[in-house]
Design a protein around this ligand. Structure first.
Ligand code: IMP
Ligand code: MG
Length: 176
């Protein structure tokens, strides 16, 4: 039998109510934005899984969901290399894609996946992130939809991890 690891409790930054309020608003905005266009949502797994689950339930339109797996972090350091592990199941040629991630940090992950998606000839690619850390950007890229801007802190919870832990926290907290 294995014991649970001892994890330090993160400092709460964005609580559950603030998350749900903001995500409800984003869902309404997206419903409006895609009201006349067929929508394919692509979540960047694993980080975006919790966010996308709540977000798409606030989008009142027929839509399809797929995911792509990518990672660049080990611990609290960006490795600088983005690895893409899985490809899409859906055909996105001529589709309107909304790419969803947990956080836009250096921008490498988003850029790499946006570039990959464009090779599949979609009609459009827009991006949506729960959190944006603009002070860390190394690549010129902005998200079209942003939940919250955060300062340069390492944050966990609500899908964001530290070595795969903390994803199940219902709030976003700072790991100190
Ligand atoms: P980027 O490629 O540097 O923009 O990093 C984006 C990815 O790094 C995200 O998909 C996250 O998984 C991860 N990441 C960046 N900042 C944090 C953080 O503060 N906490 C947890 N994961 C992070
Ligand atoms: Mg991630």
């Amino acid at each position: 039998m294995q014991n649970h690891p001892k994890l330090t409790a993160p400092k709460k930054l964005i609580d559950e109510e603030a998350l749900q309020n903001r995500i409800n608003k984003m869902g309404k905005e997206l419903t409006e934005a895609f009201s006349k266009r067929h929508l394919t949502v692509i979540a960047i797994s694993n980080g975006a899984t919790i966010f996308v689950a709540d977000l798409i339930r606030q989008i009142d339109l027929p839509m399809q969901l797929d995911s792509i797996t990518a990672y660049s972090y080990t611990g609290t350091e960006s490795s600088g290399k983005v690895k893409m592990l899985s490809k899409l199941k859906l055909e996105i040629k001529d589709r309107n894609v909304l790419l969803v991630d947990d956080i836009l940090d250096t921008g490498r992950t988003m850029k790499k996946i946006v570039d990959f998606l464009h090779t599949l000839k979609p009609a459009s690619v827009e991006t949506c992130v729960l959190l944006d850390k603009p002070s860390r950007r190394l690549i010129e890229i902005e998200a079209d939809y942003v939940g919250f801007e955060v300062p340069d802190l390492f944050v966990v919870g609500y899908g964001l991890d530290y070595n795969e832990y903390y994803r199940n926290l219902p709030y976003v907290g700072e790991l100190t």
